[in-house]
Write a protein that binds this ligand. Structure first.
Ligand code: SAM
Length: 223
């Protein structure tokens, strides 16, 4: 039996990868990735040549069945996504649970994840927090937002640049304009920006220029 390595990769800055992650990729028989065009950039940067398999290849077997079969044949697989930790609002969980079910060894290789990166610099309480992934866009959105009003723990979620202002406007109604919030934009990248303040203040700091890129929203719990 091979081993399934869950390898975290950078969320922007290519230097944010551990020595162990690089070793693991070098030693794996193949790298299963979300998008080979993204992963090849990382591997080229570190001079690593490795067979890359997109999750979306292999039409006869499902991608999961194919990878499980390879693991059973004794091949070691490093699973990566385009950025961050596989399985965190990203593909990976189905393959991981299937591998566990099949008795295959699963080894995590920890590293960056936007949720923890944002939380760590937020200045908000981090002893307890809830992570919501991406908020529902339509069905269940209103109920979800309203349920946050009583939440005492710090709340973290991912947001798209197209909805970030709209979401803050909605949060302002549900949580009140004085709730502290942190917008972490383009973490580890050239235009990294961390905006902290009350919801009403943060909204005024968001302009068309700085609502581009990738966002994590961190909201203070109810006090
Ligand atoms: N698996 C990834 C992780 O561990 O962070 C998350 C993947 S999820 C599909 C992508 C979302 O994560 C983006 O839309 C954005 O909300 C957030 N994200 C990823 N990289 C980021 C960065 N450098 N700065 C801010 N947010 C980021």
């Amino acid at each position: 039996m091979g081993t399934l390595f869950i390898v975290a990769t950078p969320i922007g800055n290519l230097q944010d990868i551990t020595l162990r992650a690089l070793e693991t990729i070098k030693n794996a028989d193949l790298v299963a990735c979300e998008d080979t065009r993204q992963t090849i950039k990382l591997l080229n940067h570190y001079g690593i040549k490795k067979p890359l398999i997109s999750y979306h290849q292999h039409s006869k077997l499902t991608r999961i069945d194919y990878l499980i079969q390879e693991l059973k044949n004794g091949r070691s697989i490093a699973v990566v996504t385009d950025a961050g930790t596989p399985g965190i609002s990203d593909p990976g969980t189905v393959l991981i649970s299937k591998a566990i079910e099949e008795g295959i060894k699963v080894v995590p290789i920890p590293g960056p994840s936007a949720v923890i990166t944002a939380l760590s610099a937020s200045g908000l309480r981090t002893d307890e927090f809830i992570y919501l992934g991406f908020l529902p866009r339509k069905k269940g959105r209103k109920t979800m937002l309203e349920s946050l009003a009583q939440e005492k723990r710090t709340i973290v979620f991912y947001e798209s640049p197209y909805r970030v202002v709209k979401t803050l406007e909605e949060l302002k109604i549900v949580l009140g304009e004085d709730r502290n919030i942190v917008i972490a934009r383009e973490l580890t990248k050239m235009f990294e920006e961390i905006i902290r303040g009350k919801i009403k203040e943060v909204i005024t700091k968001l302009t068309p220029q700085n609502t581009k890129g990738e966002f994590v929203v961190v909201v203070e719990g109810e006090r």
